[in-house]
Write a protein that binds this ligand. Structure first.
Ligand code: ADP
Ligand code: MG
Length: 675
């Protein structure tokens, strides 16, 4: 059959309908898409290591034959998938034991004499320290007919399996394309530094930056309402709402925002400021300017808890100037919701605060002039766009301010927020005492609870955070059960509340209200409190199983305390034995409260995809490029792309590039539409 780039993958030899379905879930539809699914590393299968030469701590690829193999249950309670599979292999220089955790599925699959390629880390056998073993290696069985060039005798591409579609099958399906020339350096390949890879990385960055550049240009060409910001009555209104003296950073940022709002071009600005730096009031000030100019303002928050909190504080603060503030969340009952929407439509509601409910199909605004998106990292770029489109119905584009507490190193902000201007709130409000953070253990819990009880008895409030809502077989303490136990056995005299994601909106709101009013002294919660919750009287936080949480998450969680003038304490409960990475995370938390420092460490530990948590959004997941590893190319691609967009003489070239783009790029970045 003739293959072309647009051939459907199921027609490709070695794929077929079932695998095609798996591939479709990953967005791979055509042969071109499949070719774009690149190997994540390469293995040298020209030079295999001799078993005799293996050293503990090293990672090796060996070619060896099966001697014997068997599954052994890993615990007394035998569960088949839990079994450890022990495999013994040999080459001409010696034999090597291998161990596969959860290897029960291998039982009966391997026969003595079969030839395998094994790739993995060699470690000292814990029980017999004189011996070494390979632990959880990647393994491929070489069948007779596969002794050909796709498997051995060359540098071989290794893919992340897609469901049951394993690395070898993918390799065979794309045979030809991803096999580097034999003289290519393995190190260069694995560092993504070979010329072919650099070319692909550049393409990915370039097209992404092109879409940002075009987006930015499109926004700049739109009309926005130029607000009056200097008039006396507006200054008066701003002065009246301020519940405290703004920090100089807040003043500077407001001036930057006001300068944008004065222009007939939409503001498109990111306000970056660490947890607790006081972003909310700045957003409300901008809303006041919009409202005083006869426009509506909207504030979108990522969770209902946060939306309600913003609603309550905005209503309190703005009541001094008599504005009508509206709440729009999906938890409202149908008649409330209809009434709220009606007030939004007629313009009676001047500031509208809500969740995703704001961008639902049938919500209509009335002269929406200013939009603020809180904790932007929780939303995708597309959601931001949808809120902007809501305003654009009347031919005017809104001024947009997005808030984020995720501190981002410059190269990465170029990727995530590359089309925005950036303001920085780099100062905490005065009178904050630094939070004391300590690591402790289950064994010390009685002591921890003693201290905890004394703080609460002295009038403070506190959080206790658990990683899960209900018990799982992972033997983690769970919020529901611990809430019951703590209420009864540990703190019978204190008023405890329970908050987790499975409560209804009303239930959540009731608990939060109780906590805000200090009727609940101790909030037992899951990570639902992670973003934005602001109860300044809460000064103590205990995080159980802290080793299970990511750094960014711990930083956000800890940001719930240290918001008032009282000294705050964060106690991280973790086992005495944990992975090096977990220990590094917790020690980082103890060492610093600086969000930038924490973000840098986090980024080193996790890589950018995980860091942004954007994999699931799919709007930033690069296939080949890695903004951290390929910083230089990212900067270059940005310069080139922005130059191309801004240079009017290059218009025809730009059109030509957009016209020639492969379909998957157009889909991904909406380039065709934007252009
Ligand atoms: P974040 O930047 O994390 O969203 P918030 O806007 O919730 O922070 O502000 C954190 C706390 O600090 C709130 O209780 C807020 O009222 C208070 N705050 C903000 N700015 C100031 C200020 N200039 N002086 C005193 N308190 C402030
Ligand atoms: Mg906030």
């Amino acid at each position: 059959m003739e293959l072309s780039l647009t051939t459907e993958v199921r027609m490709v030899k070695g794929v077929g309908p079932q695998r095609a379905e798996l591939l479709a879930k990953r967005g791979i539809h055509t042969l071109e898409d499949l070719l774009g699914y690149l190997p994540f590393r390469y293995e040298d299968r020209i030079h295999f290591s001799n078993i005799r030469d293996l050293q503990p701590g090293g990672t090796y690829t060996v070619r060896a034959r099966v001697m014997s193999g068997s599954a052994v249950p890993s615990s007394v309670r035998y569960r088949k998938h839990d079994a450890i599979y022990h495999l013994l292999v040999q080459d001409s220089t010696g034999s090597l034991p291998c161990k596969f955790f959860h290897g029960g599925y291998l039982e009966g699959r391997l026969k003595p004499g079969q030839l395998l390629v094994l790739h993995g880390k060699v470690e000292v056998d814990r029980l017999r320290p004189a011996r070494i073993e390979m632990v959880n290696p990647q393994m491929e069985l070489l069948r007779g007919e596969e002794m050909d060039s796709t498997e051995v005798g060359r540098i071989v591409p290794i893919y992340e399996a897609i469901g049951m579609f394993g690395s070898r099958a993918i390799r065979r399906a794309v045979y030809g394309t991803h096999f580097p020339p034999p003289d290519e350096s393995l190190d260069a390949l694995n560092a993504f530094r070979s010329p072919a890879q650099q070319r692909l990385v550049f393409e990915e960055f370039f097209l992404f930056q092109l879409s940002l550049g075009l987006n930015r240009r499109a926004i700049r060409r739109e009309n926005a309402i130029a607000f009056a910001v200097r008039e006396e009555r507006i200054r008066e209104a701003l002065k009246r709402i301020l519940p405290f003296k703004p920090t100089s950073a807040q003043k500077r940022v407001l001036a930057e925002i006001a300068a944008d709002l004065e222009r007939p071009v939409p503001m498109n600005r990111l306000l970056q400021g660490d947890v607790g730096s006081g972003k909310t009031i700045v957003a409300l000030e901008a809303a006041v300017i919009a409202i005083e100019n006869g426009c509506q303002a909207a504030l979108m928050a990522p969770t209902e808890i946060l939306a309600v909190q913003h609603f309550l504080s905005a209503r309190r603060i703005l009541s001094r100037v008599g504005y009508r503030v509206e709440l729009l969340i999906s938890g409202l009952n149908p008649s409330e919701k209809a009434a709220a929407r009606e007030r939004v439509r007629t313009g009676e509601a001047q500031l509208v605060i809500g969740t995703h409910a704001l961008i639902e199909e049938d919500v209509q605004f009335n002269r929406l002039g200013f939009v603020c998106i809180d904790e932007q990292h929780r939303f995708g770029v597309l959601q931001r766009k949808r809120l902007m489109d809501k305003a654009a119905v009347h031919g005017i584009a809104p001024h947009v301010l997005v808030l984020t507490a995720t501190p981002i190193p410059r190269t990465l902000s170029l990727t995530l927020y590359g089309d925005l201007d950036v303001s920085l709130l780099d100062e905490l409000p005065p009178g904050r005492t630094p939070i004391v953070t300590r690591i402790s253990s289950q064994q010390n819990l009685p002591g921890v609870w003693g201290f905890f009880g004394r703080e609460v008895a002295a009038g403070r409030q506190a959080y206790i955070v658990y990683p899960v809502i209900e018990e799982t077989k992972l033997e983690l303490k769970a919020a529901i059960k611990e809430f019951a136990r703590l209420s009864k056995e540990v703190f019978p005299k204190l008023r405890l509340g329970l908050l987790h994601g499975r409560l209804s909106s009303d239930e959540k709101e009731e608990v939060m209200q109780g906590f805000r009013r200090n009727e609940i002294q101790v909030l037992v919660a899951t990570t639902v409190i992670e973003v934005g919750v602001d109860v300044p009287n809460a000064t103590v936080m205990v995080v159980e199983h802290a080793e299970r949480f990511g750094l960014a998450q711990l930083h956000q969680l800890r940001g719930r305390i240290g918001r008032g003038e009282e000294k705050s304490y964060c106690i991280l409960i973790a086992p005495t034995r944990m992975s090096d990475e977990a220990r590094l995370r917790l020690e980082t938390m103890v060492r610093t409260t600086n969000g930038f420092e924490i973000a840098e460490t986090d980024l080193q530990l996790r890589g950018p995809g995980e860091f942004f948590g954007t994999r699931q959004h799919g709007d930033l997941g690069f296939d080949v490029a890695n903004p951290l590893r390929d910083r230089g190319l990212l900067e270059l691609a940005r310069r080139e792309a922005f130059q191309l967009v801004e240079d009017t003489n290059q218009g025809p070239l730009l059109q030509q590039i957009l016209g020639a783009l492969p379909a998957h790029w157009q889909r991904r970045y909406h380039l065709a539409r934007v252009g």
